[in-house]
Design a protein around this ligand. Structure first.
Ligand code: NAD
Length: 306
């Protein structure tokens, strides 16, 4: 099939593009390279360096290539940046998505697969692991944007029949994650340590549900079988606190780094952990990597690609 992957030069999008190409699909990538990198791009994908906010350019690409399926990864992914500049976040997360949804409607795309978020949508949930039925309470513009897009997906489905699947990821980690932003604690710790810098733990007692990127990529492929237009968590159901994560990574460096804490950033969530029961039942997905194996693979990749 002809498949468009927005954000396909980024961390998760590039892994999904690889799997789609392995499965013999024809893949087009749109990415403005704001955080993505050309070296992540699969050489068999056709690449368009465009910004999703530029409707005319994206429409030209749609008209010429007529994608049948759209995977939408492109986004401003930094929660702290969304708090500092909600207008920028809205433009890059909501308006850009409406542009692409309008084109999906106009060019009769069959299925829209959206990268949503579990953690930032549920907020500090008192149901752990959190299920999809939990009342969403986003506490950042980033979380509000993701939830709002899910509502738009319902609208496009109801009014125009555009099939959708929204995947609410927990904290994704693995090879190719960009360590230079504020997001992605595994990549940030690894990058610091490989450069001989002691990482700082902001808080430390907060827990997160770390899911390996290859598992997330598989969930995206299985989403092609979703006939219901639905929302699914993609997480492991296992909570790991940030201090414990630091020690696990420090192990790769013979415990050579010190445990240094600073105050937790304001507005940060204390807990995040997702139930994967629904996606297991409906799409036969389960995580296959545990955190120790996933961290080892990630460490090896960062070490090799320095
Ligand atoms: N990484 C996680 O833990 C996580 C968790 C939950 C949800 N998500 C979602 O998954 C998706 C992919 O995240 P990622 O971690 O791979 O991030 P990433 O930053 O590596 O990928 C995003 C890609 O989109 C591109 N991009 C950004 N704005 C664009 C625009 N306006 N036009 C065109 N391209 C644009 C970037 O250059 C980048 O290549 C995002 O939608 C993110 O919100 C990620």
């Amino acid at each position: 099939m002809r498949i468009l992957v927005t954000g396909g030069a980024g961390f998760i999008g590039s892994h999904v593009a690889d799997l789609l190409i392995e499965n013999k699909h024809e893949v087009f990538v749109i990415d403005n390279l704001s955080s993505g990198r050309l070296e992540n791009l699969n050489s068999n994908a056709r690449f368009f360096k465009e910004d999703l906010c530029d409707y005319e350019k994206i429409e030209k690409m749609f008209g010429e290539n007529r994608p049948e399926i759209v995977y939408h990864f492109a986004a401003q992914i930094d929660v702290r940046k969304s708090v500092e500049n909600p207008v920028f976040d809205t433009k890059n997360n909501i308006l850009s998505t409406i542009n692409i949804l309008e084109l999906c409607r106009k060019y009769k795309v069959q299925h829209f697969i959206f990268s949503s978020t579990g953690g930032a949508i549920y907020g500090d949930a008192d149901e752990i692991p959190t299920t999809e039925n939990y009342k969403e309470k986003p506490i950042s513009p980033y979380g509000c944007a993701k939830l709002s897009i899910e509502k738009y997906l319902h609208y496009y489905n109801f009014v125009y029949g555009l099939k959708y699947t929204a995947l609410r990821y927990s904290n994704v980690y693995g090879p190719r994650q960009n360590p230079h932003g504020e997001a992605g604690v595994v990549a940030i710790f690894l990058n610091n340590m490989l450069n001989g810098k002691n990482p700082v733990i902001f808080g430390g007692k907060q827990t997160r549900d770390f899911v390996f990127v290859e598992d997330v990529a598989k969930a995206n492929i299985l989403a092609l079988n979703d006939n219901k237009s639905d929302i699914y968590n993609v997480g492991t159901g296992v909570e790991t606190d940030i201090t414990k994560l630091f020690f696990k990574i420090n192990n790769f460096f013979n415990n050579g780094f010190k445990e240094i804490h600073l105050e937790m950033k304001k507005g940060e969530q204390m807990k995040s952990c997702l139930s994967f029961d629904k996606i297991k039942e409906n799409l036969a997905w389960m995580p296959s990597w545990n955190i120790d194996e996933g961290l080892k693979r990630t460490y090896e990749w960062f070490e090799k690609s320095r």
